[in-house]
Design a binder for this molecule. Structure first.
Ligand code: ATP
Length: 509
């Protein structure tokens, strides 16, 4: 655990040192859980957006995008259920005065049991060496089974308590499990209360109740209220989807783990409208399709897993999370939900406007069912960034930090480096820059020894370093050094563009 925490610290300081992420308002001592993206961070973030946007709106002929406003009519949040039910159960420790989410305290407790299982497994694996069958051990060892059944029991009890909104029961469960405050170490808890996560503000100059509006806590509602506009103007036929990328705001009780949980963040959401009765087939389709998208980045599949929901939200009839192995363990990265016709029906009811679709094949009108895929942009950033961070011991005894980012997402695709600052090499390098910058984000660097320049590019994840040397001036060839293997090849300047293009593509979607 300590090693993992240490690694996470290194990742956050690397993000700052190399212009990826800065704490917001830093010169005023920062603001908790708010971050700014720096010069490299914004490129990486934009590349993630583009990769997602393209996979949705270009690779699927029946998906289009929109960009709806953050401010929306306040009744939308009544219809969606957010005013009444977008709450987190919070609890305070009376000694430390620290505030926690009750569900997170319980989740952390369950994670500790999981850690115990893993430790147990590692211990036995060491003893038995190669012949150890991990799965068999997990399926049959009595102690592991006991731990597992305890985990399931707590999960089920918690889900039931939440469904019944039994706040006293949740407190009792926390006490029964002997959960202590990580700061004070005591069990001196307050009662559990519900806390609404929406930020509200006032519109216009007169402040009275009627002017209260909310900052959207999800982008999805902007899609629902525009669904007929898009369907009609785009002549969309079911099944079809609407995608959107945008900011969302949640007044999280405990914002932590760097950009994993922030109060202002970005979501990439897609709502897919289908015939009633076909939603589970499409749910399965999106479950597979979204996993493929993640894997096409080349990050090994053992870093991802599904987590099917035991407790379904009131509007859902199936739900799963894609979890990623963050430096602090497996956590939700994306949610895939079968939302039924809940949202559209509620908007029909609250707005008084019909939101039905006429299906000409069936010759009938209905309110479509919806499958949603909802992924956090910042969490995706954190996932690829933490996976990419690598410390390597080199043969010459030196160390390097290299960001093994998926090439398609790298902020800078290639650096152009004149070996020395004379003999016409900088001029030649600038010529190459001018040629490549039409198609790629490229960077010129002539300062310091070449080794140092390579390291700087490794640290921001640049896949290719192109070096101009004496031979370049004679035959128009350059060396191209690959980031991960550090291998160098020599190719003609006229081949560079095609070479980079070919090698930064993600796997086919
Ligand atoms: P969690 O259980 O972690 O609070 P959630 O289930 O509330 O997440 P959703 O409402 O399904 O999340 O939102 C969809 C996605 O938006 C999440 O999978 C996550 O990637 C992202 N997301 C949600 N809340 C935050 C946040 N506070 N900061 C950053 N990303 C977030």
């Amino acid at each position: 655990m300590a090693a993992k925490e240490d690694l996470f610290k290194k990742i956050t300081s690397h993000a700052k040192e190399y212009g990826f992420i800065f704490p917001s308002s830093e010169i005023y001592d920062g603001m908790s859980a708010v971050y700014d993206y720096g010069q490299n961070g914004v490129e990486l973030k934009n590349n993630i957006k583009q990769y997602w946007w393209k996979s949705m709106t270009q690779m699927h002929e029946n998906i289009v995008g929109i960009d709806s406003a953050i401010f929306m009519h306040p009744t939308i949040w009544k219809a969606s259920g957010h005013v009444d039910a977008f709450n987190d159960p919070l609890i305070d420790n009376k000694d430390s005065k620290k505030r926690y989410r009750a569900d997170v305290l319980i989740e952390d407790y369950i994670n500790k049991i999981e850690e115990k299982i893993n430790k147990e497994c590692d211990k036995v694996a060491k003893k038995f060496g190669e012949s150890f069958d991990r799965q068999m051990f997990l399926d049959t060892n009595p102690r592991v089974l006991e731990h597992k059944s305890k985990m399931q029991d707590i999960q089920k009890r918690y889900a039931d308590l939440m469904t019944n909104n039994d706040l006293a029961g949740i407190k009792a469960l926390i006490e029964e499990l002997g959960i202590v405050c990580p700061v004070s170490g005591t069990k001196n808890w307050t009662d559990v209360r519900q806390f609404n996560l929406m930020f509200s503000t006032k519109v216009g100059s007169v402040s009275d109740e009627a002017d209260t509006i909310y900052l959207r806590p999800e982008t999805a509602q902007g899609i629902f209220v525009n669904y007929l506009n898009v369907q009609k103007t785009g002549r969309m036929k079911i099944p079809f989807g609407i995608a959107q990328i945008g900011k969302a705001f949640r007044n999280e009780i405990v914002a932590r783990q760097f950009i994993f949980r922030m109060r202002e963040f970005e979501q990439m959401e897609m709502q897919f409208f289908v015939r009633p009765g076909e939603e589970l087939k499409w749910f399965e389709y999106w479950k597979q399709t979204r996993m493929k998208w993640h894997l096409a980045l080349g990050i090994p599949k053992e870093n991802y897993r599904y987590h099917d929901h035991e407790k379904l939200a009131h509007y859902a009839n199936a739900a799963t999370d894609i979890e990623f192995n963050f430096p602090f363990g497996f956590k939700e990265l994306e949610g895939i939900h079968s939302r039924t016709d809940f949202d559209l029906k509620r908007h029909q009811e609250f707005s008084g406007k019909k939101l039905q679709y006429f299906d000409s094949e069936l010759n009938e009108s209905y309110v479509p069912y919806v499958i949603e895929t909802s992924i956090g942009l910042d969490r995706t950033f954190l996932a690829v960034f933490s996976y990419a961070y690598t410390e390597e011991q080199l043969e010459d005894g030196s160390q390097r930090v290299v960001m093994k980012l998926p090439r398609v997402l790298a902020p800078v695709k290639a650096a152009v480096l004149p070996l020395v600052k004379k003999d016409g090499m900088p001029e030649k390098a600038h010529e190459i820059m001018d040629m490549l910058k039409q198609d790629f984000k490229v960077q010129y660097d002539e300062k310091d020894a070449i080794g140092k320049r390579y390291r700087r590019q490794d640290a921001i994840g640049t896949p290719y370093c192109i070096t101009v040397d004496t031979q370049t001036l004679e035959d128009n060839t350059v060396t191209v050094r690959e980031r991960d293997t550090m291998e160098q090849i020599r190719i003609g300047i006229d081949q560079l563009s095609g070479f980079i293009h070919e090698n930064i593509k993600p796997l086919a979607l």
